[in-house]
Design a protein around this ligand. Structure first.
Ligand code: GMT
Length: 374
């Protein structure tokens, strides 16, 4: 039995979901898991044996214009590591978790306690935030000082080496799904959205610019000219208001449902005929994998790690970023051909099973053992 600290973002992002599900799986195996972050993680919504949550509380001292979260986090890591006698600390997302972990490790070292640190890179920590040169020295240092580093795709591994001066080996451990979490289509729920038998397109994201949600709306607008359809937009974020304004201006709000944030994306995905992932870039594209696990084919872009998850013509189709014509043509092809759609549904699910938890978890456990033997 190992005692593992997991540091993560508790919000609706893929990195938080993966970190939480990993911790839950470790706890089910009998390991003692300690989640450390500033809010209860979205997917940690019920009591589970062997799971503990340690909230990082930043005091609101008026002198600080910016609250020193990194230091409070490092102090919490030290506290939990000492009193729960952690064997290792696994941090998800480099900024600021890897640098706070380095600080915690040094503090513990000074007290004669050795705490190995594993950093998992998820994507935007490297590709967007990480490329901001003001972060660069800290990220490079923190990654190089980690006892082990993983990336969620080969593409992200290569990006990390090309953007930063990394001397450490990076293991690629892909994201995963828990097949039991996915459900079949609920006809009643489906008919709530598709009252007259329309086709259902869906997009799930945090509505950041990188997701190009406007492309989703543009593809949908062209699809519905040919095939009666509705669009479910699930999630929330900086771009949502602008997208809502576009839909209002186009007067198609009655066909586009803004669902907002929900913990239960599985039931919504299961009612859809097609998932659209129009991102400028994805280090992995967990949303595409989740859709495939729901037996819903995907039209995605072909950037970053997406081609490591999607198989063109098998799980849906991949298109160039911003190629609305191609995305529309492929969407119409899928929506108008029930035999093709059924084949894609079956093969998407089959492909998703390549990433099931039972195949990915041993890779993390091997890494934990390796780090503990060092
Ligand atoms: O971009 C997001 O949706 C959030 C971000 C995160 O850290 O939660 O997602 C990144 O990590 C996910 C989990 O590993 C990947 O599936 C996403 O592809 C990646 N996002 C980007 O690269 C834009």
């Amino acid at each position: 039995m190992k005692k593992v600290g997991i540091v993560l973002y508790p919000t609706f992002g893929g990195s938080g979901v993966v970190a939480t599900e990993l911790g839950k799986a470790l706890a089910r195996m009998g390991h003692m898991v300690h989640f450390i972050t500033y809010k209860l993680p979205v997917k940690l919504d019920q009591f589970l044996p062997n799971v503990h949550f340690h909230e990082v509380r930043v005091s609101d001292y008026p002198l600080f214009e910016y609250q020193p979260y990194e230091f409070v986090l490092a102090s919490k890591m030290v506290d939990v590591a000492k009193f729960e006698q952690l064997d290792l600390l696994h941090v998800h997302y480099a900024i600021p978790h890897a640098s706070s972990a380095y600080l915690a490790k040094q503090i513990l070292e000074a007290e004669g306690i050795h705490l190995p640190v594993i950093t998992t890179l998820h994507g935007t920590d490297i590709t967007l935030v990480g490329k901001d040169s003001s972060f660069e020295p800290v990220i490079t240092f923190a990654i190089n000082q980690s006892d082990a580093v993983t990336a969620v795709s080969q593409s992200l591994k290569e990006d990390t080496y090309s953007h930063f001066n990394i001397t450490k080996d990076i293991d690629v451990i892909p994201n995963f799904i828990c097949p039991d979490d996915y459900v079949d289509c609920d006809p009643q729920l489906r008919s709530q959205f598709a009252k007259n038998g329309e086709k259902i397109l869906i997009h799930v994201s945090n509505f950041r610019k990188v997701k190009r949600v406007e492309d989703v709306v543009r593809v949908f607008s062209r699809v519905k000219e040919k095939i009666p359809s509705v669009l479910l937009l699930v999630g929330d974020g900086p771009e949502r208001h602008r997208i809502e304004e576009i839909c209002r201006a186009n007067k198609n709000c009655h066909e586009i449902h803004f669902i907002g944030k929900t913990k239960d994306t599985e039931h919504l995905m299961a009612v859809a005929d097609l998932f659209l992932l129009t991102s400028e870039f994805e280090s992995f594209g967990l949303a595409a994998l989740e859709s495939m696990a729901s037996k819903v084919p995907v039209i995605s872009t072909n950037k970053g790690g997406i081609p490591e998850v999607m198989i063109d013509g098998v799980t849906g189709y991949m298109c160039n970023v911003g190629d609305i014509d191609d995305m529309t043509e492929k969407a119409l092809r899928i929506l108008s051909d029930p035999v093709l759609r059924e084949n894609l549904r079956i093969s998407s699910y089959k492909r998703a099973l390549d990433f099931e938890l039972s195949k990915v978890l041993p890779k993390y456990l091997d890494l934990y053992n390796r780090v503990l033997e060092q």
